[in-house]
Design a protein around this ligand. Structure first.
Ligand code: AMP
Length: 541
């Protein structure tokens, strides 16, 4: 017997309609590429998204067609999110920090029909346009006054003019909730980038899941500033979760330096923000240098790579709670967040911090297990570490156009991360499976060794990689940047490891550099570093 509830598909258009009808006067504030601050409301955003939906129809963009974007976090990008998915087309957010050849590859692979882009990327798009074989329309996300006088892009359209030509009398269509809605490519470490294709249903479930108290804890009393870009896994779902909760949004545009962020946090009364460790480093340095504090910020989500303990301490001293989160493009991306359970509330602070430093627990919607090389499940005892596999309604079952074949193992998605799971269900990521250092048949966690290095007061940033060793197979070395105006010797840094780890984990060498390579999403590029150090000879080897 079926139940008698209404059969309403879970569609992304429903989120913006809800935000308009129930939080119509809640603000969305954006630092614009044009330089000024723009503010309007969910009601106006919805009206403009409907106008854009009409404009897309006029451009001949059909259901399932892909619309690419090269854009920062801003209200126009937000409108494109809703207009494209709302009409049944697919928004394909492109990371502008990728190499130009990669952008061309993924735009062609996705078969983008239209490309929306910010003024910043005009020179890039002019260069790439001749190689983009499927794009029929280029839309510059600005007004007439900022349109270029001369451009190599034939038929370049002005975003504001497209909208001005339409009215908002548009009804969002209803269709199957499993219809594709958004496409994000993940760079991966080998081969070409692969597309992860979210559907409406997965996006809505993820929006609900992301807002829960033990996840990002969002409400209509919050002001959220997503530093994490809208071109990286949909800014961790915040543009959807915030619309669902009626949360005020503050978009920082392209200025992610410490000073710009701090100013915006203060003037817009931001209560929660989210981003990768690298951006927080810039903000914390700026605040320390100018002896600044926060008046409204309560929490920051840190994810994308491991949050170093020193960073958590720095936020703690500023009265800000760190929510250490783990996830990946293939998981929409939220996989876990570290928060305490009731039984932890009376523990001493040091023990609580040790729990919060882990990557956290799974929200309902994510299930996981760890397995050994033979696929045998390992115990959840906080000691055994193995390959982490996940499953759930917002986790991918494969890649766009079946690239790479079926990735699943017995119905589980292998994350490529290595971790422990403790008896309370908290995971601790020890490494990417490719980054883990194998010494004498045992595993050494590069993340642990990096965390210790960056806790040294003279270290700006550090990466640990394995170097071939004739006897031990691999041994770790630290590649570190020393803070400006400070000095540090190899011996001093190695001494700093004493008593913090098993002796045999101590790195064999330290190399000081001026710069470390990062990926397009701001993570340390161990691949580039390993390549650079492939002929490196260890002192004792
Ligand atoms: P991406 O798909 O680009 O978001 O990258 C996902 C990968 O980033 C994961 O598989 C992890 O290896 C890494 N990652 C994300 N969050 C964390 C975290 N909190 N700690 C350690 N690694 C993380």
């Amino acid at each position: 017997m079926h139940g008698l509830m209404m059969d309403m598909p879970l569609l992304i258009s429903g989120l913006i309609r809800h935000a308009d009808r129930h939080h119509g006067d809640t603000e969305i504030v954006s630092k614009r590429v044009e330089g000024d601050l723009h503010r309007y409301t969910y009601r106006e955003a919805h009206a403009r998204a409907r106008k854009l939906a009409k404009a897309l129809g006029r451009l001949g963009v059909k259901m399932h067609d892909r619309a690419g974007t090269l854009a920062w976090n801003g209200y126009r990008h937000f409108e494109v999110y809703y207009a494209v998915a709302g009409t049944g087309s697919v928004i394909h957010t492109i990371n502008p920090r990728l190499f130009p050849e990669q952008i061309v590859y993924i735009a062609n692979h996705a078969e983008d029909r239209v490309l929306f882009f910010d003024l910043t990327f005009l020179p890039l798009v002019e260069k790439l346009a001749p190689m983009l074989t499927t794009v029929k329309h280029y839309v510059l996300m600005t007004d007439r006054a900022h349109m270029p006088g001369k451009t190599g892009i034939a038929g370049l359209k002005c975003y504001e003019e497209l909208l001005a030509a339409e009215d908002d009398g548009y009804e969002w269509p209803e269709f199957d909730e499993r219809t594709a809605a958004c496409l994000c490519y993940t760079s991966g470490t080998t081969g070409n980038p692969k597309g992860v294709l979210y559907h409406h249903r997965s996006t809505i479930l993820h929006a609900y899941g992301g807002a829960l108290p033990d996840v990002l804890n969002l409400s209509s009393r919050d002001v959220v500033l997503p530093v994490v870009p809208m071109f990286h896994v949909n800014a961790w779902g915040l543009p959807y979760s915030c619309a669902a909760m009626g949360t005020k949004l503050v978009f920082p545009g392209q200025h992610l330096d410490g000073r710009s962020l701090h100013e915006l946090f203060e003037t817009e009364r931001v209560s929660m923000s989210a981003g990768v460790p690298t951006v927080w480093l810039g903000l914390l340095n700026h605040m320390k240098e100018h002896k600044l504090g926060f008046s409204t910020l309560k929490a920051v989500v840190i994810g994308g790579s491991a949050c170093p303990p020193a960073m958590m301490r720095a936020f703690d001293e500023l009265g800000v709670q760190v929510l250490h989160a783990w996830g990946m493009t293939e998981m929409s991306p939220l996989g876990s967040v570290a928060t305490l359970k009731e039984k932890h509330l009376r523990l001493p602070k040091a023990q609580q911090t040790a729990i919060l430093m882990k990557q956290g627990r799974a929200p309902y919607g994510v299930d996981w297990r760890i397995v050994d090389e033979n696929g045998k499940e390992l115990p959840h005892d906080g000691k055994a570490f193995g390959d982490l596999q996940v499953r759930g309604p917002w986790i991918t079952s494969g890649y766009f156009k079946d690239e790479g074949g079926n990735p699943l193992k017995d119905g589980w998605f292998p994350t490529g991360d290595v971790c422990t799971i403790d008896a309370d269900g908290y995971i601790q990521i020890t490494d990417r499976s490719k980054d883990v250092i194998k010494s004498g048949g045992e595993w050494i966690s590069s993340i642990d060794l990096e965390n210790i290095a960056v806790a040294h007061p003279a270290v700006q940033e550090a990466a640990v990689i394995g170097i071939k060793h004739p006897k031990w197979d691999e041994r770790p070395i630290v590649v570190a940047i020393v803070k400006k105006g400070q000095s540090l010797t190899k011996e001093e840094l190695l001494k700093f490891y004493e008593g913090k780890i098993a002796k045999w984990w101590t790195p064999d060498d330290v190399v000081f550099v001026d710069d470390l390579p990062h990926t397009a999403t701001g993570k340390l590029s161990k691949l580039t570093l390993r390549e650079k150090f492939k002929d490196y000879r260890l002192p004792a080897a």
